[in-house]
Design a protein around this ligand. Structure first.
Ligand code: NDP
Length: 338
């Protein structure tokens, strides 16, 4: 069995030497336990800030889809697949009595057996049918409270959460959708394949000008994945009574606290436009998770929700996949196939 251990807390951009790949024997199973083998592992932005909360030496945090290969628990038979926050490891002995088999207290969710989704890939439970999918579903609908005909801007638009939010907004709620993303290829995908009304490449030209052209009457809803300068631009083009769902701030995840600007400059637009801005953590809707999964699955089947995965092959390449995702190499959900 292999796992990645956090050897040194990240400082700035994660370095290969911060993690260490270790090999170890799999312990024998006790009654009630089962052994899983990872098939797909997730690399997500939250890992960068969250892992700093734990002591060095823990297994790197994260979720995975894994197959049960040995079992001493009839409720978890060999051959079934589970999804769980087991960390970056190839093999895990899971004790269902204990909420998590990883060192990670972010493992808010006990591993659960995957429901049958026919021909669809089980990896979707790390993306569109998993935590990112529920983030899009609840974080957008509950906080933005969108109304037909309104205009939505999404930053980080070509990622797992952003691309999902845009399609709910467009195909389910009837909004005008503007995405902001980091390459022409991503922008083209958003408009040509996913049906976004406009997409702005934030690495080219002036975002404020492009946004004024795309949303001449202003912005009703903003789904913010990135924070920083991009968000300041969008906030100053909000309409009165606009709603802002603050989902993430990836532009600052690699920054250390001392280098972040201290002066808040959003108050004038918050006041004059009477905006409502709310941060959230998807676990808030823990008791409604299956509602999100069912809706997202239904929309996939109805052709209203498309998804894309950027797959890195090989467990050894977890680190590259992680840093690649932080640097925007992914389109849609970044995952690793063992
Ligand atoms: P993504 O698939 O969107 O991957 C991250 C993307 O962020 C990259 O592809 C890159 O795209 C973009 N990015 C990286 N650096 C910057 C930067 N400096 N400025 C702008 N964009 C940048 O990840 P997810 O969809 O999984 O997550 C999106 C956001 O949602 C993250 O902030 C994450 O922390 C948050 N999140 C929050 C949850 C919650 O409960 N609140 C739950 C899940 C996710 P590009 O090429 O466009 O730069």
């Amino acid at each position: 069995a292999k796992r990645f251990v956090v050897q040194k807390h990240f400082q700035g951009e994660p370095k290969t030497t911060d993690l260490k790949l270790v090999q170890e024997d799999i312990p024998p199973l006790h009654n009630g336990e089962y052994l899983v083998e990872a098939e797909y592992l997730s690399v997500d932005p939250y890992m960068r800030p969250y892992v700093q909360r734990y002591p060095e030496g823990i297994t790197m945090i994260g979720s995975q889809v894994a197959k049960i290969i040995e079992s001493r628990n009839p409720e978890y038979p060999v051959g079934k697949r589970i999804v769980g926050y087991l960390g970056w490891r190839t093999h895990t002995v899971v004790n269902p009595q204990i909420s998590s088999s990883s060192d990670d207290t972010f493992a808010f969710e006990k591993p659960y057996i995957l429901p049958d989704i026919g021909d669809l890939s089980p990896s979707l439970f790390l993306g569109v049918l998993g935590m990112p999918g529920n983030t899009a579903y609840f974080g957008f609908l509950e906080i933005c409270q969108p109304k037909q005909g309104e205009t939505l801007v999404i930053s980080g638009a070509a990622g797992a959460v952003g691309s999902h939010v845009g399609q709910i907004a467009k195909n389910v709620c009837g909004l005008t959708v503007i995405g902001i993303a980091g390459s022409d290829e991503k922008c083209k995908w958003l408009v040509d394949e996913l049906g976004f009304d406009h997409a702005i490449n934030y690495k080219k030209g002036d975002i404020a000008t492009s946004l004024r052209v795309a949303a001449p009457k202003g912005v009703d809803c903003y789904f913010d994945n990135v924070g920083g300068d991009i968000s300041s631009v969008v906030l100053y083009q909000m309409k009165p009574f606009g709603r802002v769902s603050v989902c993430g701030s990836i532009s600052s995840y690699n920054a250390d606290a001392s280098s972040l600007p201290k002066t808040a400059i959003i108050q004038p637009t918050m006041v004059f436009n009477q905006l409502k801005m709310e941060g959230f953590i998807v676990h808030r809707w823990m008791s409604r998770m299956s509602e999100g999964v069912e809706k997202n699955l239904q929309w996939i089947k109805e052709g209203k929700l498309r998804y894309r995965e950027t797959v890195t092959n090989g467990f050894e390449n977890m680190f590259d996949a992680f840093v690649g995702m932080l640097n925007g190499k992914n389109i849609g959900k970044a995952i690793v196939k063992v």
